[in-house]
Design a protein around this ligand. Structure first.
Ligand code: DAH
Length: 348
């Protein structure tokens, strides 16, 4: 057994010295101290030894064991040190070293960029208006007086102002992006050629087609009367937008429609991208989708914001991009836009 021990120590001290990685060292450790390891096996033979032999072998065994353990520990330290030295010498190349795991913009934000870029090319200025808004800008200046029945067109979320010195019902979550025009118009600078793409809020019963929070893309142009603002411009801009996002085949049509802040007012429909007007399941057999409300800005709105309606006129247009995006990508449920579901987000 004495020979056996000296054999083990010779072989394994050499092996330990040669080990270059933690893994190699781990394997050597197991060969020695694992369940059937060379060192583990030795004490199992002790019962066969005489007491005299035990007195010699046991301390020898302990020394051998300790020496091998120490050698493993030292080798471990050495391998670690060498690893650190190598790291210090290496140049850090973050691009090459770090595994790429790129995120991307939310599909609604990608769509927003696409649309805003299209209109920036035409010279439209991007405007931001508050989400929490005064009744004045969301309704009153837009020719929707307090208690007027037309207010029923919007299911409005009012802000509870009972703890503030503010008239009840005067603060709300804006129901449309149209709030940006009275804010901009009352600054007194014309001509105006502006756009806003942003969130709006309504008290909706949420389902696959309705959300309490949704996007609108709105444009407003105000300028000298008779010079360049007409329903023809509105038609041109509608086609410009639809062709820009859906391709050359896209077409729009106007239907008369009432909105208090425009006169005349129209609903804009888009030719169904699936059946090209023939009528299919997706457009409920109509061949067209309603995508926007539009019209020439009502003289009362111009007056309310300090612009003389005898000298100026304007056009405006509010478009529902979420619905358009659903059609473009065959997305069945509007709630996906708000849920942050990774599977959904990663597919766009
Ligand atoms: N603000 C309207 C809504 O959310 C949409 C709209 C209609 C916007 C006509 C306009 C417009 O600019 O001219 O229901």
């Amino acid at each position: 057994m004495r020979e056996e021990l000296s054999q083990i120590i010779q072989t394994y001290l050499a092996k330990i010295k040669q080990a270059k990685t933690q893994n190699e060292l781990g394997e050597i450790y197991l060969e020695l101290f694992g369940k059937n390891g060379e060192i583990t096996k030795i004490p199992k033979q002790f019962p066969q030894l005489s007491i005299e032999e035990k007195k010699i072998i046991a301390p020898l065994f302990t020394r051998t064991k300790l020496e091998l353990e120490k050698a493993v520990e030292e080798s471990k330290e050495k391998i670690l040190e060498e690893g650190y030295k190598k790291l210090n010498l290496e140049k850090l190349d973050p691009k090459g070293q770090i595994k790429k795991r790129q995120g991307h913009l939310h599909p609604s934000t990608q769509f927003k960029k696409e649309i805003v870029d299209l209109f920036q090319k035409l010279g439209f200025q991007e405007i931001f208006a508050p989400h929490v808004e005064w009744d004045k800008y969301n309704f009153e200046d837009l020719n929707i007086p307090k208690d007027h029945p037309s207010r029923d067109m919007w299911d409005t979320l009012y802000v509870d102002t009972s703890r503030l010195e503010i008239d009840p019902g005067s603060m709300l979550l804006r129901t449309h992006t149209s709030n940006f025009w009275p804010r901009l118009m009352s600054k007194g600078k014309t001509p105006i050629c502006a756009m806003s793409f942003d969130r709006c809020f309504r008290y909706e019963a949420v389902d696959a087609r309705h959300a309490h929070t949704f996007n609108q893309f709105e444009i407003a142009i105000v300028g000298e009367k008779g010079k360049f603002i007409s329903m023809a411009n509105l038609k041109y801009l509608s086609d410009y937008l639809l062709k820009g996002i859906l391709g050359k085949e896209a077409k729009s049509r106007f239907r008369p429609k009432y909105y208090p802040f425009v006169e005349p007012g129209v609903g804009i429909d888009c030719l169904c991208v699936f059946c090209h007007g023939k009528g299919c399941k997706i457009c409920s057999g109509i061949g067209w989708f309603e995508i926007a409300g539009a019209g020439l800005i009502h003289p009362n709105v111009l007056s309310a914001t300090g612009i003389d309606p005898k000298e100026h006129n304007g056009l405006a247009w509010g478009f529902g991009p979420d619905r358009m995006l659903m059609l473009k990508h065959s997305i069945e449920d509007i709630r996906y836009f708000l849920e942050g579901d990774l599977k959904f987000l990663q597919s766009y």
